[in-house]
Design a protein around this ligand. Structure first.
Ligand code: NDP
Length: 401
């Protein structure tokens, strides 16, 4: 019998939903590159229902308890008195979502002698100290592709809303105004702009494809170059360095994982390479950016707007400067946890658990760390090391109801 600790975000403040806005979800057969959707033996949830908050339990309780395992579900994840800390001593599996990450630092891994797997119900395992997992032989896995397209939609939404000045214009409506000049004094068309992505993996490439019909000029930088046919189809300009991409673009979007190579890659020095008045959209990870340098660039006008849904730490404390800096369009970390995405990553989490408990191999595309080294997707997209430093600040967050 294993203890599985599942860390999820809180239920809605007005209670777990008893009905939903729509009756079903569109059917998707496979991901754009042909990868199959998750294939668990069964699911015990209704796709389209809220699964990612505590009461939703990712639909895992029936399955795990029927196998004799113990399931602890909690949103209490930060600080020494958290429920997560209380269960580390005998947990075999810790599952969490990047939206509400259970930071598995080296200290916490040391307190979890029985831990065999840190499972990310989503994509992005930077909340786990990968070096500590490598050193301890712990498996780190995530549900690759489950919400990549969801995030790409969010990137396009936020890119358009910054360029067109949507949120301030909406706010004038809410205030009872009709202040057209106030709204349009910062409003442009994206048509004709140069748009670049740092990383053209699953999300970055999708963003490029979605933006192509807007008649933008598309740019990218990545450690590996895309096939020539893709570059030609999208008329892409490849940049060997990120700085060269920043210099060429009106709007930059970050779509690479957070790992030691990318931490704080946007800072006071690299921001000098951006065109004055560039827009930056970051739905990848907050820590790709130096928090205070972003606020300074918005105040000085070096950036015309910043949007995204990722912060560091998460949840962001009330006094996090990104809540109050000018010209931002931030949301909490939601892009990858639409009801549509939840159904996919809940099924993927179940698939990975089935493999773990039945001794079957976990799909290579889901692996980040295994057998004492980076593995699968992790070996391609991450670098060794740790990016969890400073995560203890998440304990400063106070719930708002
Ligand atoms: P992929 O693994 O498909 O793509 C990641 C890409 O990043 C790869 O092409 C990789 O390059 C590239 N990359 C890695 N390091 C660098 C670097 N130093 N410079 C330039 N490119 C680099 O992942 P996804 O596209 O699905 O997701 C990307 C990230 O987005 C995740 O790691 C996660 O942090 C974030 N994310 C956010 C979500 C949200 O809800 N906001 C949800 C899902 C993901 P290569 O492989 O060629 O080395």
């Amino acid at each position: 019998m294993a203890k599985v600790v599942l860390v999820l975000y809180d239920d809605p403040v007005d209670g777990y939903p008893s009905s939903y806005a729509r009756d079903d979800l569109p059917k998707i057969d496979k991901y754009p590159d042909g990868q199959t959707l998750p294939t668990p033996k069964a699911i015990d949830f209704t796709p389209g229902h809220l699964l990612g908050s505590v009461s939703g339990e990712l639909g895992l309780r029936k399955y795990l308890e029927s196998q004799g395992h113990e399931l602890i579900v909690t949103s209490s994840k930060d600080g020494p008195d958290s429920v997560l800390e209380q269960h580390l001593h005998d947990a075999e599996v810790v599952i969490s979502q990047p939206f509400w990450p259970a930071y598995m630092t080296a200290e916490r891994i040391a307190k979890a002698p029985k831990l065999k797997m840190a499972l990310t119900a989503g994509i992005g395992s930077d909340h786990v100290d990968l070096q500590a997992a490598i050193d301890r032989g712990i498996t780190v896995a995530e549900v690759t592709y489950c919400n990549s397209n969801s995030v790409a939609e969010h990137v396009v939404m936020q890119a358009l809303s910054l360029v067109r000045n949507y949120i301030p214009s909406y706010n004038w409506v809410m205030k009872g105004g009709w202040n057209i000049a106030d709204c349009v004094a910062r409003s442009y068309d994206i048509e004709g702009m140069h748009v670049g992505t740092v990383a053209a993996g699953r999300i970055g490439l999708r963003v490029l494809k979605l933006l192509k019909p807007f008649d933008t000029h598309l740019h990218y930088n990545d450690r590996h170059r895309l096939p020539q046919a893709v570059e030609e189809e999208l008329n892409l300009t490849w940049h060997a360095t990120r700085e060269s991409l920043y210099e060429a673009c009106d709007l930059v979007t970050l779509n690479c994982p957070l790992h030691p190579e990318t931490e704080h890659m946007i800072n006071d020095t690299t921001l000098k390479h951006f065109k004055r008045g560039a827009y930056l959209v970051n739905t990848a990870r907050g820590k790709l950016c130096d928090r205070d340098a972003i606020a300074r660039a918005l105040e000085s006008g070096q950036l015309a707007g910043y949007a995204g849904d990722v912060w560091f730490p998460q949840p962001a404390p009330e006094d996090h400067p990104w809540r109050s800096m000018p010209h931002h369009g931030m949301t909490p970390h939601i892009s990858g946890t639409s009801l549509s995405a939840q159904a996919r990553y809940a099924a993927g989490t179940r698939e990975i658990l089935e493999c773990h408990f039945e001794g079957r191999p976990i799909r290579d595309e889901y692996l980040i760390v295994q057998g004492g080294g980076l593995a699968g997707v992790g070996a391609h997209s991450y670098s060794k090391g740790n990016a969890t430093g400073g995560s203890e600040e998440a304990a400063k967050f106070k719930k708002v109801n």
